[in-house]
Design a protein around this ligand. Structure first.
Ligand code: CP
Length: 310
């Protein structure tokens, strides 16, 4: 089976194919048209070993909208809490004959490990600092819809790049689609070799914002930091917070994005997050359902005997 463990395994034409598939669902979801229930009889297990609001709910809604039987594994009440290993949990899920498994885990590589132990497609819903591929796809879809194209767009990604799987997947997807990507962070939150990914690194947010088409803000991931990394939130906001005043350096119609959850007043001012003209944050969430419908459909095509890329 083909899995979706990261953007790293995808060719640019495959990314575009998934975006085109998602675009169709975005239109039918917006028109509130019922889907054709192409996943009738499919069992989808969502196993989230780490907290989530958007990703878990949108994978559940996406599966149900396509007719799948969706089961959410309640990790807090599961035998994981009794010391069961990740491999034993994976083998157990496999024995229940899941047709597709969606995993979120705090360890980078956990999803790949599970994928190697089961005989159905596995989708990565975020693993540690590694990747969050469906987030990058929904972000690329949002940019494409709002800006017309991803190609040539100057996208500024600002915040905790060190611990961000969202940034990593976005950099891979956006550079594959020929965007110009700028990354901004204090030196303690900037990975050393990041320019090898084809981006330009800045420490000064105002400089990076010049002429931006898209400004993507990231949360300080305090849960992944030891004390040395954590800046004071007041100082962080002064240097790296997105305010309306700072946004004036970007293009007049620049789009503001944030994967959520937001820390208002830290990386983004409330007025910017809620700006109806500039903020695409709610559209990102909306595109999340469409992208996850596309990924669930495409990845299960082979086992459903339907022609597809997988
Ligand atoms: N963007 C994102 O992954 O949000 P959740 O953690 O709420 O799923």
């Amino acid at each position: 089976h083909r899995h979706l463990t990261g953007i790293a395994g995808l060719q640019p034409h495959e990314i575009t194919f998934l975006l085109d598939e998602a675009e169709k669902w975005a239109e039918s979801n917006r028109a509130r048209r019922p889907s054709d229930h192409r996943l009738d009889g499919i069992t989808q297990i969502n196993a989230f070993f780490e907290n989530s609001t958007r990703t878990l709910l949108s994978f559940e809604i996406a599966g149900k909208r396509l007719g799948a039987d969706v089961v959410n594994m309640a990790v807090a009440q599961s035998s994981v809490k009794k010391g069961e290993t990740l491999i034993d949990t994976a083998v157990t899920l496999n024995a229940m004959r899941a047709d597709v498994i969606v995993i979120r885990h705090s360890s980078s590589g956990a999803v790949q490990l599970i994928a190697s132990k089961v005989d159905c497609p596995v989708l990565n819903a975020g693993d540690g600092w590694h990747e969050h591929p469906t987030q990058a796809l929904l972000d690329a879809l949002t940019i494409r819809r709002r800006r017309g194209t991803v190609h040539g767009q100057r996208v500024v990604i600002c915040g905790d790049l060190m611990h961000s799987r969202v940034a990593r997947s976005n950099i891979l997807a956006l550079t594959a689609l020929s965007a110009e990507v700028r990354v901004v962070a204090p030196s303690t939150l900037m990975p050393g070799a990041i320019e090898a990914m084809g981006v330009t690194a800045f420490h000064n947010f105002d400089e990076a914002l010049e002429g931006a088409d898209v400004v993507m803000m990231l949360r300080l991931q305090n849960e992944r930091m030891s004390g040395a990394f954590i800046p004071s939130t007041r100082e962080y906001h002064l240097r790296y917070g997105l305010t309306h005043e700072r946004l004036e350096r970007a293009k007049p119609d620049a789009l503001v994005m944030h994967p959520g959850p937001m820390n208002r007043g830290v990386e983004i001012a409330s007025g910017v997050a809620d700006d109806p003209e500039r903020s695409a944050i709610n559209e990102q969430v909306e595109m999340g359902v469409a992208v996850r419908m596309a990924c669930l459909d495409v990845l299960t095509r082979k086992s459903r005997g339907v022609e597809g890329w997988a």
